[in-house]
Design a protein around this ligand. Structure first.
Ligand SMILES: Nc1ncnc2c1ncn2[C@@H]1O[C@H](COP(=O)(O)OP(=O)(O)OP(=O)(O)O)[C@@H](O)[C@H]1O
Ligand SMILES: [Mg+2]
Length: 345
């Protein structure tokens, strides 16, 4: 499960401790100047992911979801804070050899862009099989076929190039490639968004089965709360570079503690019900964060002191509830002691 970093859990698989990631970008409006400013894509992120967990990372565009995954994969080093895999710095583990890359597979947000257009689908799926020496050379064609079948694609797709596949087929190839290395962790960035419902259901069922049968740890970015609740036991909701609420998915979605989590929940379409309360306003730029709580400008429960400091992600409801929220005025009825205003997260 996801947990905020305090507590005495057994060693998690992944642990992020006060992770900050700042990208240096051109100052907005400075067309002729090369002056750069720091854009805080992640700020004070604390997260624990245990082995076998399934975690949905949810939040609006630009909230830092992909950056968080890049940190988990060791592709980006935090500017501040620590990112650990089995207690050791992720970038160090990654640099040691292939084993981390074999165990932790990634399905990229841009599935088509992640596939070499000059290689056939068969060659693309055979590549990780060969790279990680998963099977003898003679078994490669059968393995490729089995992986294609696993994601619901016919064997003849192996001879085609990515440009000859539909968007949905390309996403399935990306998943087949990720599964080829027989990973223990699958990190997926919008792996099923934009697919037709039957393909999406097939892939979600495949991932759910793998997660249950093989104790695959799943970290799954999605905009779709329905997908999050179907696939992931736990959820982490991000807003402007911070995790604002974590906990068991169904508990969080049924009774959100953070006003942003509730707003997302209310903005999600449901059968036979109009969306009466769309999320107000636009997400601010990370280059222009509001003072205090970064959700304060859009929050329907904002109080004057919300503009004074940024609330920390604190547990509430006791250890069994396994929930945490970053809000001075959470919606749940029995939060632990109110947050101290002097805590700067
Ligand atoms: N390589 C980069 N250089 C500079 N800024 C970046 C870079 N990558 C991301 N950003 C910025 O960091 C912030 C977080 O980006 P990120 O891609 O992590 O968001 P996201 O939650 O994945 O969004 P989306 O849902 O649109 O994929 C954004 O403001 C983005 O513009
Ligand atoms: Mg993204």
């Amino acid at each position: 499960m996801t947990r905020p970093a305090e507590g005495h859990d057994p060693q998690p698989l992944f642990e992020l401790i006060e992770v900050e990631k700042v990208y240096m970008v051109r100052r907005p409006g400075s067309v002729f100047s090369t002056a750069k400013v720091g854009l805080p894509a992640l700020d004070g992120v604390r997260l624990k992911i245990r082995k076998g967990a399934s975690v949905a990372i949810v939040g609006e565009s630009g909230s830092g979801k992909s950056t968080l995954l890049r940190v988990l994969l060791g592709l980006t080093r935090p500017t501040e804070g620590r990112a650990l895999y089995q207690g050791r710095p992720i970038d160090e583990v990654r640099a040691e050899g292939r084993e981390f890359a074999r165990q932790v597979a990634m399905v990229y947000q841009d599935a088509r862009g992640s596939l070499n257009p000059r290689m056939t689908i068969g060659a693309l799926i055979a590549e990780p099989l060969r790279h990680f020496a998963i099977c003898p050379e003679t078994d490669l064609p059968a393995r490729v076929k089995a992986l294609l079948a696993r994601v619901g694609l016919p064997a003849e797709v192996a001879d085609r190039y990515p440009s000859a596949l539909s968007g949905g087929q390309v996403r399935r190839v990306a998943i087949a490639r990720a599964l080829a290395s027989e990973p223990t962790v699958l990190v997926a960035d919008e792996a099923v968004s934009g697919l037709d419902v039957s393909t999406q259901a097939q892939l979600l069922n495949l991932l759910r089965r793998l997660q249950r049968e093989m104790a695959l740890t799943l970290v799954f970015i999605t905009h779709d709360l329905g997908v999050a609740s179907y696939l992931c036991e736990d959820i982490a909701i991000m807003y402007l570079g911070r995790i604002v609420e974590t906990g068991p998915t169904n508990a969080v979605l049924n009774a959100p503690a953070h006003p942003y989590a509730r707003a997302l929940r209310r903005a999600a379409p449901e059968f036979f019900a109009p969306i009466t309360e769309p999320l107000p306003g636009e997400i601010p730029s990370p280059l222009d964060l509001p003072p205090g709580c970064r959700f304060s400008g859009r929050c329907d429960r904002v109080q004057p002191d919300c503009h004074l400091s940024d609330p920390a992600l604190l547990r509430f409801g006791g250890p069994a509830a396994n929930r945490a929220a970053a809000c001075f005025y959470p919606l749940t009825e029995s939060p632990t002691a109110p947050q101290k205003r002097d805590i700067h997260a």
